[in-house]
Design a protein around this ligand. Structure first.
Ligand code: ZN
Length: 322
C-alpha cells in the first residue's frame, strides 16, 4: 500500500472493530465452507470466505462473490474497499505479494511463531496483519455484524494474525478423516466463480501429496499455541452427525455461544459476500447437513493404505481408526 493511501485512511479516521474474528483453520476439503455457511446463517455474523485470496481472485481476476456478483460489482466489497483502503485501486498489490512471501508461507511459520523476532521482522508481520485488520474492521462496519468469519484455512495466516494485539482472534480447527480428504482432492471439481478457462477447475492432488498437506496443515494449526492461541477442534464427522450438539459445544469453547445458528439437520442459508472458497458458498435456500461418504465406495484400497500410512500418528490423535 502506498504512503498516500495510508494517509488517506489514517488510524484516527479508521473505525476500529473490537469484536471477535473467527478464523476457520484446517486443510481444504474438510468441510470448512459448509461450516462457514452454517455459522453465517446467524443474523449477526458476516462470513467473508477465504480473505487471503481476495487480492488475486477478487481484485485481479474479478471472480464471483458469494452473492453472485463479480467482486468489482459487489456493493459490499466496494464499500469495504473504500473504508479499508480508500478503494481497491489504491492497494499496492506488489507490496501485498512481498509481505505475503515474507510472512504467510509454510516455510516462514517457525519464524512467525517464534518468541524471538527482529524488530524489522515484527514490522513486516505488523504491516501484513494491518491489511487483514483493515478488511475485518471495514467488513464489520459495513455489515453491522458482531462476529466476522475468515475461513482462510491456512495456518500460516492464523500464525501471523496471532502476533497482533489488535485482534480478538478465535481459531476453529476443522478436521476430517485424511482418507476422505484425499479422495476429495483426487476429484475434478468445477469452479463456477472462474472468469477464465484456466481457472475453471479446482486443483487436484495425489494421495501422497494430500496426505503430506493434511499432516502439515493440521500441525501448523496445533502450533498456534506457541503464540497463546488455543485452536478449538471440530471434527467434520461430528458436525454432520449431530449438528446442534457439535456446534453448541464448539462455540461455547470458543466463547461465542451467542452466535449459535438455528440448525437441526438442516439450516436456512443467508446470502454471504464470501470472496473465495468451495463452490458450496453459492448454495441458496435450505442446506441439509449430511455426511459425504462417497469415498468409501469409490476409493481404491491401495490409495487408502497410502493415506493411512502417511497420516497414522495424527489420524489416531484425532480419533480416526480403521
Ligand atoms: Zn457480494
Amino acid at each position: 500500500m502506498s504512503a498516500q493511501a495510508q494517509s488517506v485512511m489514517s488510524e484516527q479516521e479508521r473505525m476500529r472493530y473490537v469484536g471477535p474474528v473467527l478464523y476457520i483453520a484446517g486443510l481444504g476439503r474438510s468441510g470448512s465452507t459448509m461450516l462457514e455457511c452454517v455459522l453465517g446463517s446467524h443474523p449477526e455474523v458476516a462470513a467473508l470466505g477465504e480473505v487471503l485470496h481476495l487480492w488475486d481472485r477478487g481484485i485481479v481476476k474479478d471472480e464471483l462473490c458469494g452473492c453472485g456478483a463479480p467482486f468489482s460489482a459487489c456493493d459490499f466489497w466496494l464499500a469495504v474497499g473504500d473504508r479499508a483502503f480508500g478503494g481497491w485501486a489504491r492497494v499496492d498489490l506488489e507490496r501485498v505479494s512481498v509481505l505475503h512471501d515474507a510472512v504467510d508461507r509454510h516455510r516462514r511459520i517457525a519464524k512467525v511463531l517464534s518468541p524471538i523476532q527482529t524488530s524489522n521482522y515484527r514490522r513486516l508481520i505488523r504491516l501484513y496483519n494491518d491489511l487483514y485488520l483493515r478488511i475485518y474492521d471495514a467488513a464489520a462496519e459495513v455489515s453491522g455484524a458482531r462476529l466476522v468469519i475468515d475461513s482462510g484455512k491456512h495456518g500460516s495466516l492464523a500464525a501471523s494474525l496471532a502476533n497482533s494485539d489488535e485482534i480478538d482472534l478465535r481459531v476453529l480447527h476443522i478436521v476430517r478423516d485424511a482418507t476422505a480428504v484425499a479422495f476429495s482432492w483426487s476429484k475434478a471439481v468445477h469452479r463456477p466463480e472462474a472468469q477464465s478457462e484456466e481457472d475453471a477447475l479446482m486443483v487436484r492432488y495425489s494421495s501422497p501429496l494430500s496426505s503430506a498437506l493434511w499432516m502439515l496443515q493440521n500441525l501448523e494449526v496445533e502450533a498456534l499455541r506457541a503464540k497463546g492461541v488455543t485452536p478449538v477442534r471440530l471434527r467434520y464427522e461430528d458436525l454432520v452427525a449431530q449438528p446442534p450438539a457439535a456446534l453448541s459445544h464448539t462455540l461455547k469453547r470458543l466463547g461465542l455461544s451467542s452466535f449459535r445458528p438455528a440448525v437441526e439437520g438442516r439450516v436456512q442459508l443467508r446470502t454471504q459476500h464470501t470472496v473465495a472458497g468451495n463452490p458450496m458458498r453459492f448454495s441458496r435456500g435450505v442446506l441439509t447437513l449430511r455426511r459425504d461418504d462417497a469415498w468409501k465406495a469409490s476409493m481404491a484400497t491401495r490409495e487408502r493404505r497410502i493415506v493411512k500410512a502417511l497420516t497414522a500418528p495424527l489420524r489416531a490423535a484425532y480419533g480416526y481408526s480403521g
